[in-house]
Design a protein around this ligand. Structure first.
Ligand SMILES: [Zn+2]
Length: 163
């Protein structure tokens, strides 16, 4: 059975934070504000996968999460890892992921390949199954401070017929 999922996330750019997108550190004067590394791509992708599984979103799923109890830092890559564990449990595979990152700064085009590679590594899936688009906000949604947003869709193939 095929199931589709949609994810969206947005974080503000602020000074004094490291910018991490899709698990890649991007050299820039600002980073995204939020929990742990605030990796907007990994959050949107995790939400799309949880959506495809019918399990709400990151907020729902990690509300009283095991990581808090264990006092383990809930990094974005750990969230993805946990979501992948759920996929495995439901005998589901990623068919493909399509994501759009929407930002005015920094310029990301030259990192596109690196980001795609990193995403496929983190998601433990082939690079050809991961498609990433980089779009400008054209100043339209730009607030002060600026933000970076990401939309992601995923198609999964589920072998658990009860899902
Ligand atoms: Zn987020």
């Amino acid at each position: 059975m095929l199931r589709v999922g949609l994810g969206f996330d947005i974080h503000r750019l602020v000074k004094g934070r490291k910018l991490v997108l899709g698990g890649v550190h991007i050299p820039f004067s600002q980073g995204l504000w939020g929990n742990s590394d605030a990796d907007v791509i990994l959050h949107a992708v995790s939400d799309s996968l949880l959506g495809a599984l019918g399990k709400g979103d990151i907020g729902d799923y990690f509300k009283d999460n095991v990581f808090k109890r264990k006092k383990t830092k809930l990094t974005s890559q750990r969230i993805v890892k946990e979501v992948l564990r759920l996929l495995k449990k439901e005998k589901a595979n990623i068919v493909n992921i399509d994501a759009v990152i929407i930002l005015d700064k920094p310029r990301l085009l030259r990192y596109k390949r690196k980001l795609t590679k990193s995403l496929s590594r983190i998601l433990d899936t082939e690079e050809k199954k991961v498609n990433l688009k980089i779009k400008s906000q054209e100043g339209i949604w730009q607030s002060n401070p600026a933000n970076i947003m990401c939309l992601a869709t995923v198609l999964i193939d589920v072998r658990n017929a009860d899902l």
